[in-house]
Design a protein around this ligand. Structure first.
Ligand SMILES: Cc1cc2nc3c(=O)[nH]c(=O)nc-3n(C[C@H](O)[C@H](O)[C@H](O)COP(=O)(O)OP(=O)(O)OC[C@H]3O[C@@H](n4cnc5c(N)ncnc54)[C@H](O)[C@@H]3O)c2cc1C
Length: 396
């Protein structure tokens, strides 16, 4: 494939760069560099307002079709937007799960009424979403879901527990995978429900992470309700929809994240320059290796994604996930080696600086979005065609 940008792409790049230079000023400029993994709490209200400002100028949901409020931009221009956004050190966006996962899933599998009801609010960043998949006992093995829902007149009643639900405490809605056919097992009899969070039957309990922050939660459903027509796909056919969402999770949405990695590498390099560790040949070699690795990641992601024009991905995306998770974990370790003893102390009120957060949060990369072991199983079975492992069906 041709990985060079066309004149049209470069004109779009200039437009994005100029818009950010003109608008990320004044009160918005104070938000530069805020947010990100392990730092989602930073300037939250300001970032929400900034996200809505971006939306009001047409800078959200760029890859969505125009009929659904997006701009129908081709993959390369979406990449360019993310590159310029990261280059400007603009605040990390907070609408990831709605924009990159639920929205595309609704576009592919939702009813017209669901699209009309939910998509405009995602585009405008007026409603935020969280992902209710994992449970105690159902993580890699998602088909082990035990949260259940039953139809009671014109509404579903949901009971059960989810865990590790990122940003549930900030979300208006949750897309919940639950069992709706009593006595069914594994991936049969599951449904994909859209459940409002602000109701007495939903209890969100934060879980504190290594970073000291609480970005994910336990979510308890105890007689929680949602309207009967808020099931995506056919009742009992939720596995198919849930897998479609995972395809988007490993698809175009990963590009924005990888562009953020470039900013982090720059930070590590700046720290190495500042404290002189860049003169250590071992550190210099690892920095060079990180640059090479990042370029490999970028090209690999583009090659994989350009094979799919829907923004979703195939099993090859597991190679990308393995590579970026390992690359990012290595970067966290390099950051700590650059910091040396200073990395062991924390700042005012024991706040972590950006490199310390990077190191601690990157430990999660080989777990979420499908663990390393699960990605290797997918590569072995679906890419290389090796015999299936004798096991229960794992999250894929
Ligand atoms: C930061 C973070 C954010 C998250 N956000 C969300 C969210 O918003 N919503 C949500 O639903 N979930 C979320 N998760 C949960 C995440 O999807 C799960 O942690 C992940 O799927 C692994 O499941 P588990 O933790 O239950 O581990 P398990 O599935 O219990 O796995 C434990 C270990 O066994 C290994 N293992 C399991 N099965 C196999 C197998 N078949 N072959 C080989 N090895 C195997 C795993 O690789 C792992 O090392 C998040 C997790 C993290 C860390």
């Amino acid at each position: 494939m041709d990985l060079t940008y066309s004149a049209e792409d470069e004109a779009f790049r200039a437009e994005v760069r100029e818009w950010l230079a003109d608008h990320l000023v004044g009160e918005w400029a104070a938000l530069r560099g805020t947010g990100g993994n392990g730092r989602d709490h930073e300037s939250y209200e300001g970032r929400l307002a900034w996200n809505r400002y971006l939306a009001s100028h047409g800078w959200t949901c760029l890859g969505w079709p125009e009929e659904h409020g997006g701009r129908g931009l081709p993959l390369f221009q979406q990449v360019i937007f993310h590159e310029e956004y990261a280059r400007a050190d603009a605040p990390v966006r907070i609408n990831h799960l709605g924009e990159e996962l639920l929205g595309p899933t609704l576009i592919a599998h939702g009813t017209s009424a669901q699209k009309e009801r939910f998509l405009p609010k995602i585009v405008a960043v007026e409603e935020l979403w969280c992902q209710g998949y994992s449970e105690p006992g159902a993580g890699s093995d998602l088909a082990g879901v035990r949260t259940r829902a039953r139809l009671d007149g014109d509404r579903w009643v949901v009971d059960g527990q989810k865990v590790w639900t990122s940003n549930a405490h900030l979300s208006d809605w949750c897309f919940v995978v639950c069992r709706t056919e009593p006595g069914s097992s594994r991936h049969h009899g599951l449904s994909y429900l859209l459940v409002p969070m602000a109701q007495p039957g939903v209890d969100v309990r934060p879980i504190q992470q290594l970073t000291g922050t609480s970005e994910f939660n336990e979510v308890f459903f105890d007689g929680a309700v949602t309207a009967a027509d808020l099931v995506v796909g056919e009742p009992g056919d939720g596995w198919k929809v849930a897998m479609a969402t995972l395809g988007f999770e490993r698809g175009v949405s990963t590009i924005g994240q990888q562009v953020g990695f470039a900013r982090e590498l720059e930070m590590v390099e700046d720290a190495a320059r500042a404290n002189g560790t860049i003169d250590d040949p071992g550190i210099a070699a690892r920095l060079a290796q990180a640059h090479v690795g990042l370029e490999v990641l970028r090209l690999h992601a583009l090659r994989t994604l350009s094979a799919y024009d829907s923004g979703s991905s195939g099993p090859e995306a597991s190679v990308s996930k393995l590579l970026w998770a390992r690359w990012h974990r290595d970067l966290g370790e390099l950051a700590m080696d650059v910091l040396g003893l200073a990395g062991l102390t924390t700042g005012e009120d024991y706040a972590l600086d950006r490199l310390q957060s990077l190191y601690l949060f990157s430990r999660a990369d080989t777990i979420y979005g499908g663990s390393d072991e699960i990605q290797r199983n997918i590569i072995a079975e679906r890419v290389l065609g090796l015999p299936r492992e004798s096991r229960r069906e794992a999250r894929a």
